[in-house]
Every structure is written in structure tokens, then in C-alpha cells.
Design a protein around this ligand. Structure first.
Ligand SMILES: [Zn+2]
Length: 391
């Protein structure tokens, strides 16, 4: 407790912040002493403290307005870690807010994206859970957009998921919105999770930018974490980043010949045709150039829910943890498992369940290609360019 930070709400109530449990855009997230359902996010040195305070103030006020209370239904697992109260440190230099602790009800979305993390944290999750999570995320975005919010900095680190595939969003204080005459912009950019019109650009994100990143995340969810712009350029030029592949149109889903993927990348034909078409509309040349042609979150939600109908999903006869689309004549996950086991000496190969814990991990599909690691920061960790200012 010696390291605890004392903060005060505007009504004079004191809270003790204990250990650091994470970090969000510009801030640090702490556990709150004797308040198990809460965390506090504190921004040590906001670039513009008055503007940040005003942003939080508006979000708090909006939580009581009908448009936002529809986003925060009572008595259900939270969908948004909406700020509950503004707090400041004793000297008043750091500003922050109390918000619901999503760890109580959810796991980081990363737990669905990495096969190893999924086995450890969401062992009952199947491809159906991934479909549900993608649909839930699409519905959350559709609802936010309908109420005038743009997420802007949509990425796995800000997203949480529960065992039923329900998705929740943290970092609500970085949402972009208009309140009265004032626009509260989101200037945060995360590598690999930025729409093409916002890459290397000061352009503010809009709903269509969110729709692009939704397609990226849906692809990762349905493809065992594989980023849609993952792969070494097939023309022999060096791999730079997901964003570079994006700007140059290197994407297996659009052009199979444009990239070389790791051996264990899940096959493209595990996608049902309806979803494959939506991905193409988001990622092909038109979708990259013209935000208006991308599928909206509502379209995604409908298409994803359709694939969850019992007649559309097949349970694998060999492994109870496998589900696949009825359009795929045999189980793609058994194929994946067989390919991995071919790589192993016989005694190590497992006959059921997932790959052995000590399996070699040549090029996990959710990670960056090896050259990217040598060249620079791993995509997803070198995320932030610029801040979520209130300028
Ligand atoms: Zn199977």
C-alpha cells in the first residue's frame, strides 16, 4: 500500500489506487482499494488538462442522456467501460476517471486471437465463439455509430470478450464525438488497425474508418488471429509493416499471389462465401480507396449472425472443439492440426485436442513475419502515433 495513489472525486470522496493493472491511451489503469468492480484510469500529464477534463465531463453527462443510456443497459455485462466519476490526484496535476473493471466479466480479446492464449483462458471457445465475438463487436459499433460516436482507436488492446463471445470496449475516453458546438476528436492511430485514409494522415476517423478496422478484427477472429495484411511481399521486396502491405494492396484475400504466408496460416476457404464477399468489399482496391463502399457494422452483424444459425454450422466429428461452416465439406481445423503434427516427431504428436504444448512455433500466424521483428517493433506493440487530443 505504500505505493498507493490518493485521488479525490469532485464531491470530495477519496479513493486509493493500488497496483497498476494496465495502460490505455495516454493513461495508466489502476485497481481501486476496496472497490472490486472498479478501476481508475489516470492520465499523469494530459497535454491539455482542461480539454481532457471537459471531454470526461461531457462523457459523464452523456451517460445520463437517453442516447447513451441505450448503450449501457442495466443488469447486463457491460459493453463499454464508460467513465463513472472524474478524479484528480491531491495536487491536481493528474486527471482521470473511475470506470467498470472489465476484468470481472471479460478476458482481453487477445485471448480469442492467439490459439495458445485461447487454450489457457477460454478453453471452451470454438470458431462459433469467434463468429459470436465478431457479431457482437459489429453490433456494438453499429449502436455507437447510431448514437453519434466513432471509436477511432479500435484495436485488440481496447477490446474484451467473455466466454459467450460478448464484446466490450475499454478506453471510452478516447471516443470521438460531438457535444454541442464542440468536436472531441480521436487522433490516436495504432499500427495495423488504421483505415487507409488515416494512415500517415491527419484526417480524423469516421464511421467508415471504424468499419475498415472492424473487417480487420473480424478476419483475425475467424482466422485464428491472422491479420488480413499479413505476409511477405511475393515480389521479393522487404516486409515493412501491415500498414505498408495495406497501402500497397498486399492481401491474400484480394490477391493470393501478392503475399507469401506462413505454412500454418488457416485456409481462406474456411470462410463462407457471404463473409468472403464482405471481406473483399472492405479490403479490395475499391474498399481501400473509397470508404463508402465498405460493409457497415450492421451489414457485418447480420451476415455473421446468419452463419451462427444451427443449419450453417457443423460440429466436427473428430474433435468436439471444432466448428466450421456448412459450406466447407470437411473440417479445416483438423487439417490445421494434421499439418502441425506432420512437423513433429511421432511421440510428441497428440492424437486429440490442440497441438502439444512443446510444439515448435514457426511463424505463428497472428504475429508479425520474422523479418518485421528484426526490422522494427512488432506490429500491435508499436501502436501509438500521436495522441487522442482535444485540440
Ligand atoms: Zn475437426
Amino acid at each position: 500500500m505504500t505505493m498507493a495513489i490518493r485521488v479525490r472525486s469532485r464531491t470530495g470522496r477519496e479513493w486509493l489506487l493500488t497496483e497498476e493493472v494496465g495502460s490505455g491511451s495516454e493513461g495508466v489503469v489502476y485497481a481501486v482499494h476496496r472497490a472490486p468492480g472498479l478501476v481508475a484510469k489516470v492520465v499523469p500529464r494530459p497535454r491539455d488538462p482542461a480539454a481532457y477534463r471537459r471531454r470526461l465531463d461531457r462523457l459523464l453527462r452523456q451517460a445520463r442522456e437517453p442516447r447513451t443510456s441505450r448503450l449501457l443497459p442495466a443488469g447486463q455485462p457491460p459493453r463499454l467501460a464508460w467513465p463513472l466519476e472524474i478524479v484528480t490526484t491531491e495536487r491536481g496535476t493528474a486527471v482521470g476517471c473511475l470506470m467498470p473493471d472489465l476484468r470481472v466479466t471479460h478476458q482481453p480479446l487477445e485471448c480469442l486471437l492467439s490459439p495458445a492464449a485461447r487454450r489457457a483462458h477460454l478453453p471452451a471457445a470454438t470458431w462459433a465463439t469467434a463468429l459470436r465475438a465478431a457479431a457482437s463487436l459489429a453490433e456494438l459499433l453499429a449502436d455507437l455509430h447510431a448514437e453519434g460516436y466513432v471509436v477511432g482507436d479500435l484495436k485488440p488492446e481496447n477490446l474484451w470478450v467473455n466466454a459467450a463471445g460478448a464484446v466490450a470496449l475499454a478506453d471510452v475516453d478516447s471516443l470521438q464525438f460531438v457535444d454541442g458546438a464542440e468536436t472531441f476528436p480521436c487522433r490516436m492511430r495504432s499500427a495495423g488497425y488504421t483505415a487507409p485514409e488515416c494512415v500517415d494522415s491527419e484526417a480524423l476517423p469516421d464511421r467508415a474508418s471504424d468499419s475498415f478496422v472492424l473487417a480487420v478484427l473480424a478476419h483475425q477472429l475467424l482466422m485464428d488471429g491472422l491479420h488480413p495484411f499479413h505476409g511477405h511481399p511475393a515480389d521479393g521486396s522487404p516486409y515493412v509493416s501491415f500498414d505498408d502491405n495495406l497501402l500497397r494492396g498486399r492481401c491474400r484475400l484480394v490477391d493470393r499471389a501478392s503475399v507469401v504466408l506462413p505454412r500454418f496460416a488457416p485456409p481462406l476457404d474456411l470462410l463462407p462465401a457471404g463473409l468472403y464477399r464482405l471481406f473483399r468489399r472492405a479490403f479490395d482496391a475499391a474498399g481501400r480507396r473509397d470508404p463508402s463502399v465498405r460493409p457497415s457494422p450492421t451489414e457485418w452483424a447480420l451476415a455473421l449472425r446468419r452463419e451462427l444459425a444451427p443449419a450453417r454450422l457443423v460440429a466436427c466429428g473428430r474433435d468436439p472443439g471444432h466448428r466450421h461452416s456448412v459450406e466447407r465439406p470437411w473440417c479445416p481445423w483438423c487439417d490445421q492440426q494434421a499439418r502441425r503434427e506432420e512437423e513433429l516427431p511421432a511421440p510428441l504428436a497428440r492424437t486429440n485436442g490442440g497441438p502439444a504444448a512443446n510444439e515448435p512455433r514457426p511463424a505463428a500466424p497472428h504475429a508479425a513475419p520474422p523479418t518485421a521483428r528484426r526490422r522494427g517493433p512488432v506490429p500491435g506493440l508499436d501502436g501509438r502515433r500521436g495522441g487522442c487530443g482535444d485540440g
